[in-house]
Design a protein around this ligand. Structure first.
Ligand SMILES: Cc1cc2nc3c(=O)[nH]c(=O)nc-3n(C[C@H](O)[C@H](O)[C@H](O)COP(=O)(O)OP(=O)(O)OC[C@H]3O[C@@H](n4cnc5c(N)ncnc54)[C@H](O)[C@@H]3O)c2cc1C
Length: 321
């Protein structure tokens, strides 16, 4: 079978690939192992094609005109887990769906306060990982309850909430670089900041090691629940969105700035700034266009800059060809 036959999944609308459920058609290509990923990237390189990489699609708005570049994704079942210290290039190709602990450790023998390294493929769902690690008494991912990311996307964005973020628990990651070389990168070799990781545009996170701390399962569960309850009370989770639109500037939260500049509830009927959480744009109708998002983002930036002198920066990523 040709590369195209093996990995091309068809032309799909942005509505099927992103949590905002917006945007035109894209070519979707899926791979399930590091070997396949390298093969596909080499193929695009030979054919002079630039590409993009998508994780959970929860921080993206795709242009209504679609994209000319192919979009690569890890297939749902893929999880490039790395067997801890026994890491070797072949073990990266192990096709494991389950996230797993360092195999030498048994959850029933954790000592309180012990640090446990957990290895996961980049395609694993952050929310499931948060839930499953909590269930075996590992603390560190309580903040991630309710973040609909894949682990790789969460590393790229340094996803965070409630004063924590992925960078606080990441020990290392295996990254495929621009030369198609798999490199192990320790925490200190990233350039983590607020919603940024220092990863270069063409680098792809393949596997991640997280340092979690053994603790009291009930307490961890309570914290996760508090975090989820807070989201339900304060965020418009019933409508499609990409979460917070703007990064919080140092002065005041983006939501508060937008609110005091009259943007709450403002929109065109199809897309609007949520009256529940003003820093969220939400999709109110099936016909909504990405163009409405671009227009509202521009409008909000101008209003806030004109009246406050603050330049809002997008947290959401806009994909246009
Ligand atoms: C309901 C809701 C709640 C949210 N709450 C939060 C929150 O509390 N905190 C927060 O920080 N964010 C939040 N977000 C935003 C979003 O979930 C995060 O930004 C998340 O990290 C995006 O991960 P993803 O896998 O969906 O990435 P995508 O949206 O698919 O991609 C985002 C970027 O990451 C890159 N990327 C994806 N996978 C990889 C990979 N394996 N290697 C390298 N680059 C990759 C993409 O190329 C793109 O540049 C929320 C979004 C929604 C819809």
């Amino acid at each position: 079978m040709s590369v195209q036959e093996r990995y091309f999944k068809g032309n799909l609308p942005g509505s099927e690939l992103t949590s905002f459920k917006l945007g035109g058609m894209v070519e979707l290509w899926q791979v399930s192992s590091l070997t396949e990923l390298k093969e596909l990237l080499s193929y695009f390189r030979e054919n002079g094609r630039k590409w993009r990489f998508i994780g959970g699609g929860s921080n993206l708005v795709i242009d209504d005109a679609g994209l000319s570049e192919p979009v690569i994704q890890f297939s749902r079942s893929s999880a490039f887990s790395v067997a801890g210290v026994q890491f070797s290039s072949s073990s990266v190709d192990d096709f494991l769906n389950e996230r797993f602990l360092d195999h030498r450790k048994n959850p029933s023998t954790f000592r309180a306060g012990e640090t446990v390294e957990v290895f996961c493929g980049a395609a694993c769902q952050l929310m499931s990982l948060s839930r499953e690690s909590a269930a075996i008494g590992l603390s560190g991912l309580e903040f991630a309850a309710g973040i609909p990311a894949q682990l790789g996307g969460a590393v790229r964005m340094n996803a965070g909430a409630h004063g924590s973020s992925i960078s606080k628990v990441l020990s290392r990651a295996w990254v495929l670089d621009e030369n198609l070389t798999l490199v192990e990168r320790g925490f200190e070799e990233f350039g983590f900041g607020y919603r940024e990781s220092g990863l270069r545009p063409e680098e792809i996170v393949v596997s991640v090691g997280l340092k979690l701390t053994a603790g009291d399962t009930e307490k961890i569960m309570r914290e996760r629940k508090a975090s989820l309850d807070y989201r339900k009370e304060t965020q418009p989770l019933h409508l499609p969105s990409a979460g917070s639109v703007f990064k919080n500037p140092e002065s005041l939260s983006a939501g508060a700035l937008l609110e005091r500049n009259g943007l709450s509830g403002i929109g065109d009927g199809e897309i609007s700034f949520s009256s529940m959480h003003c820093n969220w744009l939400v999709k109110n109708s099936g016909n909504a266009k990405a163009e409405s998002v671009f227009r509202l983002v521009k409008l909000a930036k101008k209003k806030v800059f004109d009246s406050e002198g603050v330049e809002l920066k997008s947290e959401v990523i806009f994909w246009k060809s």
